[in-house]
Design a protein around this ligand. Structure first.
Ligand code: NAI
Length: 415
């Protein structure tokens, strides 16, 4: 059974809930939906707009990865859609604002591959420090070049983390187990893990670190944040690693710093422009530069991460269907729901966020002489999301009255 917090009530038999999974979503998700008794149709490929529009009318839960586009015309056809899951990190393939207006929460899995990224960076730190990438290539080419020149242990060296969120923190902990000293810089105050130490300014981190690793999001402030000036502040012989976002590092400036031998190496997993399809023809100023590891955005790409993503998103979708919880939704007011009390039904209402809605709803409840056992309202600019547990004998009438309000977007009841 999935990790749902309490026995789930549903508005109609679970066997009538239709789940459509596209793009080879991991079997871990399929298994969780099966265990709930939902009907699952799983396809190995993405659907084009018109194909999805033709299919979505009877779908209650849609699961996609990064290729399927879910735009307003498709959402307009999704009359029964309760919720949408992006089994990946990014959600810009979905028109989130339109889904919000239509009362459809969208979930993703932002942290299921945290560990995978941290492990890859840790490995790259050692590989760079020993120039293993170059030695391996030489031996593949039949060249024997046994040397210790420029090769170091990482024990006792300083790792500087820019961005101390999920990945930065995880990496900071595992790097200490190799005997590294870890410092970090973040714009937010972050609790240091283990013996990791914050530094007050980016410049200080650059000056102290033998390895600088970036773990920031793409924002106006992080775009191009590592350019000629920052690179020149790094120690001579230091290394730069970027598995965050491609726009954070100015690649021509990095290529220059490496070619001048100011930096001893770099590992780059993300690029300002990345090809949509696998294949030859990738261009970068960094190609062929010694002791530079180039990887095709695979920091989070492990089978463990795929499985974790399948579970994380499926659990969020199942919890929403069964209980109404929206915790973690990327486009929706957050409501964490209590366990239902005996002899109550739960009403879940999405409404336009205009003044007076709660007053209207409470009027309906008091006209029915009903007792509200729990009520939680959360709003954003466009909508309000209300969860209300109410005496079971009047709940269906209350639901019908709320659904008839002009401000109603969607209302459902969990028996
Ligand atoms: P997170 O949101 O947990 O942490 C980001 C941290 O950066 C936060 O602590 C934030 O306060 C800090 N930050 C924001 N702006 C900053 C600035 N200007 N200076 C310093 N710190 C700043 O994110 P998470 O999960 O750790 O991911 C980090 C990055 O890794 C993201 O860009 C994400 O897209 C990328 N990523 C890359 C993957 C890959 O395959 N290469 C896989 C997964 C994530």
């Amino acid at each position: 059974m999935p990790n749902t917090p309490f026995p789930p009530p549903t508005s109609f038999p679970k066997t009538q809930i239709k789940v459509l999974l596209l793009e080879n979503v991991h079997a871990s998700a399929h298994e969780l939906f099966d265990a709930e008794g939902f009907q699952v149709e799983a396809l190995g490929h993405a659907l084009k707009d018109d194909e999805l529009a033709a299919k979505i009318e009877n779908v209650h839960v849609l699961g996609i990865r990064s290729k399927t586009q879910v735009r307003a015309p498709v959402l307009a056809k999704a009359k029964r859609l309760l919720s949408l899951g992006c089994f990946c990190i990014g959600t810009n393939q979905v028109e989130l604002d339109d889904a919000n207006r239509r009362g459809v929460p969208v979930f993703n899995a932002p942290f299921s591959n945290t560990r995978s990224v941290a492990e890859m960076i840790l490995a790259e730190i050692v590989v760079l420090s020993r120039q293993i990438g170059d030695r391996s290539r030489e031996v593949h080419e039949g060249v024997w070049k046994k040397t210790a020149a420029g090769c170091h242990e990482v024990r006792g060296k300083t790792l500087g983390l820019i961005g101390y969120g999920h990945i930065g923190r995880q990496l900071g902990v595992v790097a200490e187990s190799l005997g590294m000293r870890v410092v970090f810089y973040d714009i937010a105050t972050r609790l240091p893990m283990g013996n990791n130490r914050p530094v007050p300014a980016l410049g200080e981190l650059l000056e102290q670190s033998d390895f600088v690793s970036l773990h920031v999001p793409e924002t106006a402030a992080t775009k191009g944040m590592i350019g000629p000036e920052e690179l020149s502040r790094m120690k001579k012989g230091a290394h730069l690693l970027n598995a965050s976002r491609g726009t954070v590092v100015q690649i021509p400036a990095l290529a220059e710093a490496l070619k001048k031998k100011h930096l001893a190496g770099a590992a780059i997993d993300v690029f300002p422009e990345e090809p949509e399809e696998n294949g030859p023809g990738f261009a970068s100023e960094l190609r062929g530069v010694p002791n530079v590891l180039l990887t095709p955005h695979i920091g989070g790409s492990t089978l463990e991460a795929q499985e974790a993503i399948g579970k994380e998103v499926a659990v969020s979708l199942i919890r929403y269907v069964n209980t109404g919880a929206t915790t973690g939704a990327v486009n929706f007011p957050q409501v964490e729901v209590p366990a239902p009390k005996p002899r109550t039904h739960r009403i879940l209402n999405v409404h336009k966020n205009v003044p007076g809605v709660l007053r209207d709803i409470n009027r309906i409840v008091s006209e029915r002489n009903a007792n509200i056992e729990s009520q939680i309202l959360s709003t954003d600019n466009q909508i309000g999301y209300l969860m209300m547990d109410i005496a079971h004998d009047v709940a269906e009438d209350v639901r019908a009255d709320i659904a008839a309000l002009e401000t109603n977007i969607r209302t459902r009841i969990l028996y």
